[in-house]
Every structure is written in structure tokens, then in C-alpha cells.
Design a protein around this ligand. Structure first.
Ligand SMILES: [Zn+2]
Length: 85
């Protein structure tokens, strides 16, 4: 694992799990600020957060449109899913 800027990887795991709740707007103020602080200091988590946030914005905007193949692949890759031919 490459977490050079992190003091503890379990901190990262926690943050990434909470990230989904964060994006759904269901976190308490306290937890939110904890995660925001961690994301500020940790680039791997920041990247994950940026991607998730971007993803949700795109999906929200395009919910009635077709999702482009490139984006679908990017999502599938990031989720560890692979679409067969
Ligand atoms: Zn982290």
C-alpha cells in the first residue's frame, strides 16, 4: 500500500468508508470535519473523494441521458467490476 503521507492506513479506510455517507449528506458535523481534515492531508483519499464527488454530479445531471461508454468504463474500473464483451 502506498500511503506515504498517512500516519495510519486504518484512518484512510475509515475515511473512505465514511466518504460515501459524506457524499449522501448523512454525516454529523463532527464526522464531516474529521473527514475533511483527513482528506486535506491525504492525497490518496482526496483523489478518491474528488472522483466520487464528480461521479455523483455527472450521474445526477445525466440521470435521464445515456451514460457515455468511457464514463461507464471508468466507473466499472474504479469499482473493480469488469464488463464482459
Ligand atoms: Zn487517507
Amino acid at each position: 500500500m502506498e500511503h506515504g503521507d498517512c500516519n495510519s492506513t486504518s484512518d484512510c479506510d475509515d475515511s473512505l468508508h465514511e466518504l460515501y455517507t459524506f457524499l449522501d449528506g448523512e454525516l454529523t458535523e463532527e464526522k464531516r470535519s474529521t473527514i475533511e481534515q483527513h482528506i486535506d492531508d491525504c492525497s490518496p483519499c482526496l483523489e478518491a473523494f474528488d472522483f466520487e464527488a464528480e461521479l455523483r454530479t455527472v450521474i445526477a445531471r445525466r440521470c435521464h441521458d445515456e451514460v457515455p461508454e468511457t464514463l461507464r468504463r471508468r466507473i466499472a474500473d474504479s469499482l473493480g467490476l469488469s464488463e464482459g464483451p
